[in-house]
Design a protein around this ligand. Structure first.
Ligand code: NAG
Ligand code: NAG
Ligand code: NAG
Length: 358
């Protein structure tokens, strides 16, 4: 540009006359470029006040109802332009069976995203856009297909069958149940269903079960007896619960199950002979009872008489004001209660009461 001081005075007025400067009084600049409409023909740089021009909607757009496509050059050198007087043409609504078409808008330019419901897979494009087609608009792709995820037919097994029909098509959610020929045990899950991990390929929820003969040996526990599961034959899944004879202690699991490999799981328990237990394991803390309180909790002294072997299972603890103390065991104080146990042995539960602090 020419800098001020070098210009001779008087040239300024001349320049103002010669150059139709933008925004000069009495004219408007070229009208605005709009993304939804255009002016037909050549667009001039300057228009006199009062000029009225008519836009036409661009392809994909249509004149909004009640809006005017005309603009006028106003006295203030601005164009009167209505906002968004053309709107995008609408594509037809989309529907996807067994799936969803996510659309925020149906207008020209809008995008639809497709997804299938659980258990269905999408065949086709995952999205579509509303584009110009001919004189109007339409989606640029076909609506995809949501197809039920298929599974291969369930496996066949020897010595058993499943309830699927021959020629049946298996798809997500289909289930079949197996059964074994008579006399055989079904090992595994009887029913399997068609599922999917990758949301595209179907697979069965697990392997087919197996059919086989299972026979566990008669379970016997020395010095113990069955409480449930009396046989006489034991096949897959049968359970037996054991209890020890009176005075004997059970080691292991009281309950066992006949497994597919013809053995008891876990292994059979054992019944251990009674032992003399003199370890005091009574209450360790005083609940704050006063001296002389009759101690209702008592001290339990088990007296087991088993075929000449006498075990005195005992601990003694009493409460006094100084806390727990050992009480003298006085057999004269014992209140004995005899009981016949179901193994025929006599069992005596003895209760000992404490005397006051001494
Ligand atoms: C644009 O300018 C040309 C001359 O340069 C003129 O003939 C024409 O009428 C003008 N158009 C409008 C719309 O004013
Ligand atoms: C479609 O998906 C695109 C990309 O994942 C995302 O930006 C757009 O918001 C989605 N549109 C709709 C309508 O869900
Ligand atoms: C039988 O199978 C169980 C698992 O089910 C296993 O722990 C056990 O060792 C097997 N027993 C034999 C004798 O194979």
């Amino acid at each position: 540009m020419v800098s001020g001081p070098r210009c001779p005075p008087g040239l300024w007025g001349l320049l103002a006359l010669l150059l139709p400067l933008p925004g000069a009084r009495g004219t408007c600049d070229s009208p605005p470029r709009l993304h939804f409409a255009e002016l037909p023909g050549v667009v001039n740089n300057s228009y006199p006040v009062g000029t009225k021009l008519k836009y036409s909607c661009r392809p994909g757009y249509i004149l909004s109802s009640g809006k005017s496509p005309f603009v006028t050059c106003l006295e203030n050198s601005k164009w009167s332009v209505e906002a968004e007087f053309c709107e995008g043409r609408r594509c037809k609504p989309l529907e996807l069976e067994n799936g969803r078409a996510d659309i925020t808008d149906l207008r020209f330019g809008a995008r639809a995203n497709f997804s299938c419901d659980e258990g269905y897979r999408l065949i086709g494009q995952t999205s579509a856009q509303c584009v110009i087609v001919g004189n109007g608009v339409d989606w640029d792709t076909e609506v995809p297909l949501c197809q039920a995820i298929p599974c291969r037919p369930p496996p066949d097994i020897t010595q058993g069958s499943h309830n699927g029909q021959s020629g049946e098509e298996f798809s997500f959610g289909s289930a079949v149940t197996y059964k074994c020929d008579p006399g055989l045990s079904l090992i595994g899950e009887a029913s399997i269903h068609c599922t999917t991990k990758d949301h595209f390929n179907g697979e069965w929820s697990g392997p087919a079960p197996e059919c086989k003969v299972v026979k566990c040996p008669e379970p016997e526990v020395k010095n113990g007896r069955k409480q449930s599961g009396f046989g006489p034959d034991y096949s897959y899944g049968n359970a037996v619960i054991f209890a020890c004879d009176s005075g004997y202690t059970l080691h292991g699991s009281s309950s066992v199950r006949c497994e597919a490999n013809n053995s008891w799981i876990p292994s059979l328990p054992t019944c251990l002979e009674p032992t003399l237990n003199t370890t005091p394991n009574g209450p360790k803390e005083s609940p704050g009872l006063n001296t002389g309180t009759v101690i209702a909790i008592g001290v339990v002294i088990g007296l087991f008489v088993a075929g000449g072997f006498v075990a005195i299972v005992t601990y003694k603890a009493c409460f006094g004001k100084k806390g727990p103390y050992e009480a003298n065991q006085r057999f004269s104080d014992l209140q004995e209660r005899g009981k016949k146990t179901n193994s025929g042995l006599e069992r005596k539960d003895a209760y000992h009461s404490c005397s006051a602090d001494s």
